[in-house]
Design a protein around this ligand. Sequence first.
Ligand SMILES: Nc1ncnc2c1ncn2[C@@H]1O[C@H](COP(=O)(O)OP(=O)(O)OP(=O)(O)O)[C@@H](O)[C@H]1O
Length: 586
Amino acid sequence: MKELQYLNKYFIKYKYHFLLGVIITIVAQFFSLYTPKLIGESIKVIEDTLNNTITSSQAKDLLVVKILKIIGFTLVAGILTFLMRQTLIVMSRHVEFDLKNEVFKHYEQLDLNFYKRNRTGDLMSRISEDVSKVRMYVGPAVMYTINTTIRFSLVIIYMYNVSPKLTWYTIIPLPILAIVIFYVSVEINKKSTIFQQYLSKVSSFSQEIFSGLRVIKAYALEPQNQERMEALAYESKTKSMSLSKTQALFGPLMITLIGVSSLVVIYIGGKMYIDGEIKSVGTIAEFILYVNMLTWPVASIGWVSSLIQEASASQKRLNEFLNTEPEIKNLAPNDTTAIQGKIEFKNVTFTYSDTQITALKNISFSLNVGETLAILGKTGSGKSTILSLLTRQYDIEKGEINLDNTNIRSLNLQNLRQAIGIVPQDAFLFSDTIENNIKFGNENAPFNMIEDAAKKAEVHHNIMQFNQQYQTVLGERGITLSGGQKQRVSIARAIIKNPKIMLLDDCLSAVDTETEEKILQNLINITQSKTTIIVSHRVPSAKNADKILILEDGQIIQEGTHNQLINTEGYYKELYYKQLSEKEIE
Ligand SMILES: Nc1ncnc2c1ncn2[C@@H]1O[C@H](COP(=O)(O)OP(=O)(O)OP(=O)(O)O)[C@@H](O)[C@H]1O
């Protein structure tokens, strides 16, 4: 279980909670274990009356005292057990909270390559399922282990003090039945894991169906999906029935466990009483109650051990991931140099490690502060890759990328990314209000800035048409924007960030040409003092740029200004005339 050693730092952090929990457990056990003794003594009082050792009125008084004591002890034991749970379970909630934060913080530091290697569902389950399984270890498993150990030791000591012989007979059946119960618990766990897997299959299948509902309806695929769902549901029903069958064994086994041990106590205890080895029938009653107190902890051994096994498997998965170092390292976390925006690519060659696709080959260009570069080229020619490299989503092996004459690897990564405003190809909006989606670019922006940015992105008039206007909720709980509207909200988000460098990755592809013209005009004013790179498939986005690069298969095949390129045979001139004639048709 060395995986679980990772949690030692949390046990140290919450040592006072832990120690307090252990102390309360010990005290609670003393109180709860005293009750059977008091019951035994009460029976002895009745016996003494029958034997005429004490008078009946003395006996009644004594019985009242005993009963009051039993009530008092039970009450105190109950309160202490509540406090024990509160202390240890609350500690486990603290650990869960810390661990979740630790995992989430680590997720945020990891780079895109990590996310390509791991499936989203898997990442989500680490932060929810794995962390909560670990919590079950820190909380209930540790609590039951402490409780069981203390209870077991104290009960045995108590019983041994009264009668060592009867103690041996009482505990003999326990290990045998404990082993049987352990195996049943292991079986229950196995079956429950399989059942859980089927449940999650059913839920991810339904999730997929819900997200692909439009396509399913369009292709009239409902009957096929119904069949697949029925097959999955049937499998999960079978697994659930098999689990219930094994679970149903648990209760009778427990009754047997208690019953057999109690019978042994009655038989052996009775014989000992007849032979005069024990003095009171109360002792037999006391032992039967102890047997009852021992059986539940014994039965919980199976459950606790499977909790520990599950937690250690989960912690192993968490450790694997927590030990994954981010490939993109921030080598200058304390650097506070303000970025101006001069960009230089020097003989940059880049291959994606997973696909082994060389997306850029020997790329060189430079851009002064405030200049605009447009990058055009066929799909897959490497345009977006240039932007990804500039924001250090990936590091290059060959060549150099400089910002303000400094290699970007030597800059503070946070500073670098904060200086860049990027409008990606697939605009991503959060399930939140439009205002908050735009504000994402600048948390402190006042409302008039948000409105202004939306106007410049030509989306303000669309937003005003919604009932809730800027408070309209997007996403699953709200409305769906059109592709072009999404792109424009995403542009507004970048505008409000007011970055030194603006990267626009084909962000007007879903916008009509008239709106495109308007946005481009607005962008000219906004990006005047900013270094800007526009990736596009359309000439209007490029024609005002200071420089245009044409990429093909990761290489620069043409470069120049709009005027130079329309007078040179090649991709740009062809594109220009093609789009010009399309406009004529319009
Ligand atoms: N994350 C990635 N992992 C592996 N290969 C990638 C990745 N992104 C792009 N590629 C590959 O690198 C090449 C260049 O892709 P890139 O996205 O830079 O092209 P693009 O010119 O921006 O294309 P488009 O105009 O379609 O957006 C392509 O062959 C693509 O398959």
